[in-house]
Design a protein around this ligand. Structure first.
Ligand code: NAG
Length: 464
């Protein structure tokens, strides 16, 4: 009798254990149901004309800095149609105020969320988890509270404000939601990523600190995620893996991108010479975890064999063997941080121009939109009808810290081909060259000018 009871108990335990592990597995799913990128109104476009005037009206700049800025702009990979902050367009960037700053963020956050809820048929009251990643602005009550108040969301919504996390914050948020889904079953999660530009425009004249003004542009995105298995058939993509690397323990990496005050007291980003190295190391360290889990075994075996032979025969001379990234992924969503980053990433990953096109074009059309950037890249892939069911996408994001956060998605939908934010311009893309020739034509004189008085004459002419 006792034996029978003991066996029954054991059996029940066994069943319970199987059921529990099944439940756990089911809840580890993380599906992307939809996403919306922000498109600013046309009157916020920062074209050659506006940009030139903007540079010229900064009284802190000398002729060297004008030349540097204009030349950099020509080669930055930024086109004629990116969107800038309203105070810069209006010419009031010297005196930003809080109400303008918050209304900029509201436009982006509410603009994308309105569409996200509408297009996916999900009501704000159904949202269980809300994450906002906007690095450079805080408000009281929090940005999360602004969203909860506007949409009258439930009082038990779990909210997380990730500020100061930089350009890779969107992937950090995805990773966070992925982990939360293991605890909160049957949930909807919303992530909003953007950057606040109005209070953060650099007004000084340090060369290294002026770059962000050229690269950073207005943008943002909202994502809708779920772990409900009943929504699987409606999902666009399924998260396969997310890996985070933080290199902040190294002083060099930590100091490679910092927000500081210059000698005149103007706040801005200081990018050090060790930045490319810190970035390369962060990517390598992240891949050490990510690639063994995602590339096919035969590719890992091939790489190990070739590397071993190479070290035996070549005494480390000749071309070092590399992993074939295409064996595991069909698409590469790289953070459109700037032309140099994209070039470097392409070289080190062995990618061709076709692979880099979505990132280059996202930078050209929308600029560096910080944490939202990779979603404009994804949107380009969709608009160009590149995405097929079963394809895998590798998202690579980099940010100050120095951090590299990556994730891998699998396409769940047969036709993922919404043109979305690219609607008015996709037919013009890809552009052949991302060098801004219209800048070149208009400002070719900066290369010839050496003397300050002559420059001033030109400047006066343009200003009037
Ligand atoms: C903030 O600045 C704008 C101009 O950019 C101005 O119209 C507005 O009145 C200012 N708001 C406050 C509260 O000062």
């Amino acid at each position: 009798m006792y034996l029978f009871m003991a066996i029954s108990l054991l059996f029940l335990c066994f069943i319970f254990f199987i059921y529990k592990s099944h439940l756990q597995k089911r809840n580890q799913n993380c599906y992307l149901l939809g996403y919306e990128c922000y498109k600013a109104p046309d009157d916020l476009k920062l074209d050659t004309e506006t940009c030139g005037k903007l540079i010229l009206r900064n009284k802190n700049l000398g002729s060297d800095q004008y030349k540097f800025l204009l030349r950099t702009m020509v080669n930055a990979g930024i086109g004629e149609e990116t969107y800038g902050p309203r105070n810069v367009i209006d010419g009031t960037e010297e005196t930003p105020n809080l109400s303008d700053s918050l209304s900029e963020v509201d436009d982006i956050v509410f603009g994308t969320l309105d569409k996200l809820f509408d297009n996916n048929g999900v009501s704000p009251s159904e949202i269980d988890i809300l994450v906002i990643t906007i690095s450079m602005i805080t408000s009281v009550p929090s940005l999360l509270a602004r969203v909860i108040n506007r949409y009258k969301m439930r009082d038990d919504v779990k909210v997380f404000n990730l500020s100061g996390m930089g350009c890779s914050a969107s992937v950090i948020a995805v990773d966070l939601v992925h982990h939360l889904f293991k605890t909160y079953m049957n949930s909807f999660a919303v992530i909003v990523s953007s950057e606040s530009l109005i209070p953060n425009w650099y007004r000084g004249n340090e060369r290294s600190m002026m770059l962000p003004n050229i690269l950073f542009r207005l943008g943002g995105c909202s994502l809708l995620l779920t772990n409900k298995s009943s929504m699987k058939h409606k999902s666009l993509m399924k998260l396969k893996l997310s890996v985070r690397f933080h290199g902040g323990a190294s002083d060099e990496a930590y100091q490679s991108c910092t927000r500081v005050e210059d000698s005149q007291g103007y706040c801005g980003f200081s990018l050090s010479k060790s930045l490319p190295q810190a970035a390369a190391k962060a990517v390598t360290m992240n891949f050490r975890v990510l690639l063994p889990k995602t590339l096919p075994l035969r590719e890992l075996v091939r790489y190990a064999t070739v590397s071993f032979l190479h070290s035996k025969t070549n005494n480390n001379k000749g071309k070092t063997p590399s992993l074939n990234m295409k064996s595991g992924f069909q698409h590469f969503c790289i953070h459109p941080g700037g032309r140099a980053v994209i070039d470097a990433m392409g070289r080190s990953l062995g990618l061709n121009e076709y692979d880099l096109e979505p990132t280059r074009m996202a930078l050209h059309r929308f600029g560096n939109t910080s944490a939202a950037g990779i979603w404009y890249v994804l949107s380009y892939m969709e608009a160009k009808k590149r995405l097929k069911k079963g394809d895998r996408i590798l998202m690579i994001s980099l940010g100050a810290g120095f951090k590299c956060n990556n994730c891998v998605w699998e396409i769940m939908k047969d036709a993922m081909d919404d043109v979305n934010v690219w609607k008015d311009c996709i037919s013009r893309y890809p552009v052949k060259s991302t060098a801004n020739t219209s800048f070149l034509e208009k400002y070719s004189w900066v290369n010839e000018l050496e003397l300050q008085p002559e420059l001033n004459k030109k400047i006066d002419k343009i200003k009037n």
